[in-house]
Design a protein around this ligand. Structure first.
Ligand code: HBI
Length: 361
């Protein structure tokens, strides 16, 4: 579906890491997929990102300077900080100079500056907020933009929007993936999967406790972000059948993940979306997830996986025993129906049209 009047779009990435470094987390994949989706719709797309970023076939403006520290490592009362010669400041100074070459700017940074600068720009800025509420200063500045520029704030799930006071002014973009990168696997080997940063908010210990009871091997992929936490889990469950498989590229991960009986998602925080849930579904892998945050809005209980009482290991064990009720082809079909580049493309068109129209008034 291509639109009548294509837009010239400038996408500004996260300042916490170069695209392809893994430092940027989920938003690296999100930005790449949204850029691809917009190009499929005939828009012209340019991306601004920290130097060293890699983005095949999409015009990229590298920005030098010092990376931003991550927002989730701050407390609720964290001060707004910028390093000297910040990538964030340099990126938005560049954007100010070139803004008239574009129709809409799209901000992917979960940082104070882009929101503060929005009223000073002569071109509309659309903001894709990548996490739930984390700090008072961010909540306040995003609320101000949501108030002054209705329709410009997008989120990945209703649960994420619920964490903010401006929940009713959030457009639910969900997410979208290039599903041609994911191979449907109709059969599985006898192991379960867990994918994500190994850190306390991700709740890996619950998945380990569940397989310690069921005896089904658990393959684990992801960066060990908190070594002490990982060592504590291993010490607590010395006999659990665990297999740590490292941090893989999308291509290698989807191949290995696709052989799993199911993906276990055990977040202890409100996961804004849960990209790995879609990656699993795209490979035909059912998802067993706590009924919490983004994954609870993705999994269709009894059809593409099971939803479990949050923090209930017994619930995880019970869901694992019901996996044969799930048809793996249904999992792939849900990914294609709701989370393909075409599907998010339709949502992007609605979001951008509303912003362009509110400008014309
Ligand atoms: N922290 N300060 C800051 N800015 C971001 O853009 C940011 C972040 N932490 C995590 C993050 N982005 C991405 O990993 C999101 O996908 C969650």
């Amino acid at each position: 579906m291509s639109r009548s009047n294509p837009l010239k779009l400038l996408l500004l990435s996260t300042p916490v890491g170069a695209i392809g470094s893994g430092l940027g987390g989920g938003v690296e994949l999100t930005l790449t997929n949204i850029a691809r989706s917009l190009i499929l719709l005939n828009h012209s797309v340019t991306v601004i990102a920290p130097e060293g970023s890699v983005l095949d076939g999409i015009p990229l403006v590298p920005i030098a300077g010092n990376l931003q520290i991550t927002a989730q490592s701050q407390g609720r009362d964290a001060l707004i900080t910028l390093p000297a010669n910040s990538v964030l400041g340099n990126a938005w100074n560049y954007a100010r100079q070139v803004q008239h070459e574009y129709d809409v700017l799209i901000n992917f940074a979960y940082d104070w500056l882009p929101f503060y600068l929005t009223p000073f720009f002569e071109r509309p800025i659309a903001h894709l907020v990548s996490m739930g509420s984390l700090t008072d200063a961010m909540d306040q500045i995003i609320a101000q933009v949501a108030e002054q520029f209705p329709a410009t704030i997008a989120v990945h799930s209703l649960a994420q929007a619920e964490t903010f006071s401006f929940r009713d002014r959030c457009f639910n973009l969900k997410n979208g993936f290039d599903l041609s990168q994911y191979q449907f696997n109709p059969t599985s080997k006898n192991h379960l999967a867990w994918v994500g940063r190994i850190a306390p908010e991700k709740g890996l210990e619950d998945a380990v406790a569940a397989v310690d009871q069921t005896g089904i091997p658990l393959k684990i992929w992801g960066v060990i972000q908190d070594e002490a936490y990982w060592n504590h889990i291993q010490a607590s469950y010395p006999n659990a059948p665990l297999d740590y498989c490292g941090f893989l590229s999308t291509q290698d991960l989807q191949k290995a993940l696709g052989e799993s009986r199911a993906l276990l998602m055990t977040p202890h925080w409100v996961e804004a979306f849960g990209n790995v849930a879609i990656e699993a579904l795209a490979c035909g892998v059912p998802v067993i997830a706590y009924r919490r945050g983004g994954p609870a809005e993705i999994v269709q209980a009894g059809k593409t996986g099971w939803l479990v009482e949050p923090d209930s290991v017994a619930g995880l064990v019970e869901a694992i025993s019901k996996l044969e009720q799930i048809d793996r082809a249904e999992c792939r079909q849900q990914a294609e129906r709701e989370y393909s580049l075409e599907a998010i493309g339709e949502r992007l068109e609605i979001w951008l049209d509303r912003i362009v129209q509110s400008q014309d008034l």
